[in-house]
Unconditional design. Structure first.
Length: 129
C-alpha cells in the first residue's frame, strides 16, 4: 500500500512535495508547540517520572504578568531545547496543580529533576543578560 502524500508548504513557506503526512504533521506540530501544554493526565509521565530537567510554567490566560513572561519563556525553551523539557499549564483548567504545589501567584515556574522540585520562580523576575 502506497503512503498518502500531499503537496503543500512547510512553516517557512517552502514548497514540500510528496511527503508522508503523519511524519510531516508530527514534525510541524512538535516545532510549533514549544513549550508544550501539560495537564493532569500526562504530568506524571512527562515530569515526575522523567529523569531529565523539566520546567513547568503555571499560568492563567487573564494574567498580564503571564502574558509578559510568555515570549521570554518560549525563547528559553527554544534556546535550551534538548537540555530541558519546557511545559505550560493553565491553573484555571488544571486546578489540582494549585493545591498540589501550593501555587498562589502566577506565573509560577517550577524546576523538576527526577521528579523532585529543585528550584522555583514566582511572579515576574528581571531578565539577566
Amino acid at each position: 500500500m502506497k503512503p498518502f502524500t500531499v503537496q503543500g508548504y512547510n512553516t517557512r513557506g517552502a514548497m514540500i512535495k510528496n511527503r508522508h503526512i503523519p511524519w510531516l504533521l508530527h514534525c510541524i506540530t512538535k516545532q510549533l508547540r514549544m513549550p508544550r501544554k501539560i495537564d493532569q493526565k500526562n504530568f506524571k509521565h512527562e515530569v515526575i517520572e522523567s529523569i531529565e530537567l523539566a520546567i513547568v510554567q503555571f499560568k492563567s490566560e487573564w494574567s498580564g504578568a503571564c502574558q509578559i513572561i510568555a515570549p521570554v519563556y518560549e525563547e528559553l525553551a527554544k534556546h535550551y531545547k534538548g537540555h530541558a523539557k519546557f511545559f505550560v499549564s493553565d491553573i484555571e483548567v488544571n486546578t489540582s496543580f494549585e493545591k498540589e504545589f501550593g501555587i498562589h501567584e502566577v506565573p509560577t515556574i517550577l524546576f523538576f529533576k527526577s521528579g523532585e522540585i529543585i528550584d522555583y520562580s514566582i511572579g515576574l523576575i528581571p531578565r539577566i543578560n
